[in-house]
Structure formats: C-alpha cells, structure tokens
Write a new protein. Structure first.
Lengths: 245, 245
DNA sequence: CGAAACGTTGATATCCTTCAACATGAGTGG
DNA sequence: CCACTCATGTTGAAGGATATCAACGTTTCG
C-alpha cells in the first residue's frame, strides 16, 4: 500500500494554478511531516467514525467522500473530496473522528502525522494559516450543501451539486473536451442531497431528456451550465484564493 | 454602541469550566487584539453577505445566528451562536463574507481586528491552534445540522435541534431549574431545519401535547431528554409497524 | 388601545417516498 | 463463450409526509 513517494517538490498538484506556491523552508517542512504515500481501492475506508488520533491526509488523486450514519442505516454525505483537498482535519484535531471517509475511486493520498500538526503551528505559521484557511473553506462547502438540502427543490439540489462538482473539477483541469470522469452513483447523489434514490433517478432523467446534461458510462457533460445554475438559483459562494499575509 | 470594556482577564466567560484556561502572554495578546466591545440590538446585522474584511468576533452574551439567503427569499440558517462562540472566522479569512450573521437577542461582542489574525498566527501558535480548533468545531456543528436536515423526519429534526441547543446552553450554565431562556421563533426553527413554518408549528405542538417539552413565554423545558434523543435518532422506526417475515 | 409580530389550526395540494418490477452492464466461474 | 450474479439504473403506481392557503387567536409593545 505504501509507495515510493514523489518528493513534495515534484508534486503534480503543485503545478496547477489552483494552488498557491510554496517554497523553501515550508516545502521542506511539509516533506518532513509527510509520513507516507498510500493507495486505497475504491470503496476502502480511509477514516472511520470513532477512530482515535486519525492521521491527516491530502488527497493526491481520485475522489473520496465524507459522511455520517444514523442508527437506522440512513447516511448523510457531507461533502466530496477532489485532488488537493485536505482530508481529516477535524478528525485530527479532535480526540476521535465523528464521521467516515471512504474512497470513491481508487485514490492516492499523502499521509501526515497529526501528532506533528502542533509542530507545524509552532514552526511554520504561514502553513498553519493555510491549514486554517483550508478548514474554513471546507466549512464553506458544507454550508453550501446544507443550503441546498434545506432550501432547494429536488431539481435545484441536483443541479447545484452537478454544477459545483463540475466547476471544482474544471479548476483542477479534470474536464477534457467538455466532459468529466464522474464516479458518483445515483445512490451517492441521493445520500448527499437527502433525496430518495428513485426520485434522484427521475430528476436526473428529466435533465437528460431535456438535454441539459449527458451522463453515461461514468462521464458527465453539461451543455448549458447557466440553465442549470438558474434551476439551482445558484449563487454558490465563490471563494478567492487566500490573501497574501 | 462601543462600551467601556471589561479587561479580558476579568472576562466572565473565562470563569466557566467550559473554557480552557488562558494565561500570561496569551491573555495579553488577546487583549491587544481586542479592538472594541460592542452591543447589538436583537435583529441587528453583525456581518453581511459580501462584506469585505469582516472583523472577527467573540459572542460575549446573547444569541445570534448565521444564514444564507436564496434569490427567491428563502433562507437557510446554518447554525446558532451561543456565548463564547467565535463569530466570523470564515468571513475574516476570505476576502468576502459568504453569509449573514444577525443577533437573535440583544448581544454583546468582543471585536478583534481580522487584519491582526496573521500576527496571532506568527506570535501565538497556541492561540492559533485554538482558533483552528474552534473552526473545526464550528464545521462539526454544521455537519450535524446537515445530517439532520438531510436524513431525519420533521419530528427528528426538531427534537435534535432542541436537544442540541439545550445541552449547549446547559454547558454554559444557562439552564436554571430545568428551563432555559429560548429566543428562537418558530420561523427560525423552520429556516434552520428546512421545514415550513406551519409544519414546524404542528410538530412542536405534538411535542407539547405529549408532554415532552414545555415552551411558553420564551422559555424551554424538556422533561424527558432521552425520549427526544430517541426520536431524533431512530426516525420512523418508532412508528413504522414491524415488517412481517 | 391598536397594530404588528408571532403562534395555531383545518383543508387542500403536491412533492417526494416507498413499493415493486424490470433493464442494463460489469465481473466471474464454468 | 455463455450463464450467472450483483451492482446500478429505470419506470409506473400508490401512499404519505410536508407544503401551501386561509383564517383566526394570542402576545407584545409603543
């Protein structure tokens, strides 16, 4: 499972314009905190509810998701992780995790010792600030999902989710020729949006029939993103990259 | 609106066992970051959506709430603030606020310069760590609300919200003789839970009639917290007839 | 005392869930 | 290569939880 790691200085994520440049001492510190580079198969559990002293991860490639389960078997997906996302910050700051994280596709992650998080705060305030910023951004994504689930119709929820994921993927240059490798099943969408599987299916079917989206064979394309935004009454909070400190 | 401030060393919140002790340098730094001590009337806006360089606040007394609005006038309340909560961390880390914060009761807040947040990270790593921890806890509260709205019935949502608020208030010693000053209107509850006002009212009415809660004149009491907890978790399984095998 | 905010209740409408059945595709072993 | 199975997707019908509409009651407060 462990892998000959690419050094952080060569990290492919670093080359994307979506990420702020990091250099010198900071890069060295990140490298020193990195404990391993793992792979997980699709469906594998990365963090389990109740787990103590969970590690901190950066998702290097692939998709994952975070959810809570209720005793009756229902579950609520809280957010989806795309490459570059920080996974497990909450879990690594609390004594035990309050959610599960599962790989949606085969994934690769960089593993950081959560026990050294405190060292990072002491030695590298700029990085600590970044971590906090990433945590705030993560909350902002959950805010958006809550707004969707609480205040939008089924069609609005689906539209908002698809547009948001599409645009996040686009930023990461995962969209090629207008379409995107899309690993969510309709059950995932239903669990994220608080809808039943059947109704989710019918809502998506309507979007397909009206030509707003194409979704076959695990690829998603959308012909008219603005129409979908209108259905969602969209106004997703756009977050600009962290200000220079 | 500004007020002769109580020095941080005398802060009433500090005496509550719910808060970790802070001393010496750290206390002095907090004091130096504190720019003012404000009052807001109930209904006043503390942070507005889109606002730039919002300040960072600690809620000193009273209740507040945070919400997002949709173009059609619906709004989603994301979470409620009780004394001691950090208000506006997201807004002060991003260039623009992506939500509104409004006072639910008359409140007092301590105002910190968000422009000095970076100084805090550089000079006081322990406090920076605390800030990040508070941010993570805040996300965790939103997680819980999302789970409620996405996966519970109306009765479950109301029960979960009331129990959660009751217990948070209890920790702050706001519960006296089993009851609590409870400033939410049913419209607030509806907006937080993604329910209509009428249905919220009927759900609460059922709880009242069955004696699970008392709620009159702005005070809330609950006779059987465990029963409410059960309703919050087990959803329909309490009502659904056992399937025949 | 009057107005405005908040709460309550019944009737009706609808969105969404549940149930049930079938279709399709991918992986697996014979 | 086929038969099988399991996960996923699709569709219609029926029921239920929640929304909407409308009216009235109650509290609060200037």
């Amino acid at each position: 499972m462990s892998l000959g790691a690419v050094p952080c200085s060569e990290c492919a994520l670093r080359r994307l314009s979506a990420f702020a440049p990091v250099e010198g001492d900071e890069l060295a510190f990140i490298q020193s905190m990195k404990r391993a580079h793992f792979r997980f198969d699709a469906g594998a559990t990365v963090i389990t509810n109740g787990q103590e002293r969970a590690d901190l991860y950066t998702l290097y490639s692939g998709w994952a998701y975070r959810f809570k389960s209720l005793p009756d078997g229902r579950r609520q997906i809280l957010n989806f992780f795309l490459p570059g996302d920080l996974v497990g910050l909450q879990a690594s700051m609390f004594t035990h995790a309050t959610y599960d994280v599962v790989a949606l596709t085969d994934i690769q992650v960089c593993v950081f010792s959560s026990s050294r998080l405190w060292d990072l705060f002491r030695a590298m305030p700029t990085l600590a600030f970044d971590v906090t910023w990433l945590g705030a951004r993560s909350e902002s994504l959950v805010d958006d999902n809550l707004t969707s689930v609480g205040a939008r119709s089924a069609a609005g929820r689906v539209a908002a989710l698809l547009v948001t994921l599409f645009e996040r993927a686009d930023t990461l240059q995962l969209v090629a020729e207008g379409s995107l490798e899309f690993p969510l099943t309709q059950q995932h969408i239903a669990d994220a949006l608080g809808l039943s599987l059947v109704h989710t299916n019918k809502t998506i079917a309507r979007f397909k029939r009206s030509g707003l989206i194409e979704l076959r064979g695990g690829r998603l394309a959308m012909s008219d993103r603005n129409a979908l935004r209108r259905i969602a009454q969209s106004f997703e909070s756009e977050i600009t990259p962290r200000p220079l400190v």
